[in-house]
Design a protein around this ligand. Structure first.
Ligand code: ZN
Length: 152
């Protein structure tokens, strides 16, 4: 994918210390356009699309709110905890608005696997198809999301 000026600027805002201390890319040196293209292909290979993944993340976040910061059972076999941390983050793609630092942890009781994501992750996936760089501690692998959140 051709790296546009806009994408180059977004990639600069993803560096450590600009929006978040650790940044969004980890050690991933690929141009942002290539990262987006590769994850788009990975999602298509799972027979999913970004809105379907984000919708599931939102659904589980909403269900988990009932736990008021503790794990709560969510059908059919999830435990979900929604933690709200003080502070807000902006989108590196420079969309208007700020995203609360809400951490959502979803544990799948069948497999014991869990994933943690934030409101900004949901936005990044829904609006940009961005899952963060390979090697970034906050990266969400589309395959892990599909399996742990049982998205089909
Ligand atoms: Zn955005």
């Amino acid at each position: 994918m051709k790296q546009t000026v806009q994408m180059q600027k977004a990639q600069e805002r993803m560096a450590p210390g600009v929006i978040t201390r650790d940044g969004f890319l980890g050690g991933d040196r690929r141009p942002l356009g290539d990262i987006l293209l590769a994850d788009d292909a990975a999602v298509k290979a799972l027979d999913l699309d970004h809105p379907a993944i984000a919708a599931r993340m939102i659904e589980l976040r909403e269900a988990g709110m009932a736990g008021l910061g503790e794990f709560v059972d969510v059908a059919p076999r999830f435990e979900v905890r929604v933690d709200t941390v003080r502070g807000k983050l902006s989108c590196p793609f420079a969309d208007p608005g700020m995203f609360p630092k809400t951490n959502v942890t979803v544990r799948n009781r069948l497999t014991g696997r869990e994933v943690t994501y934030t409101d900004l992750h949901i936005h990044l996936i829904l609006a940009h198809g961005f899952y963060e760089g390979k090697g970034c501690a906050f990266r969400l692998e589309p395959k892990d999301l599909a399996e742990v959140l049982e998205i089909a």
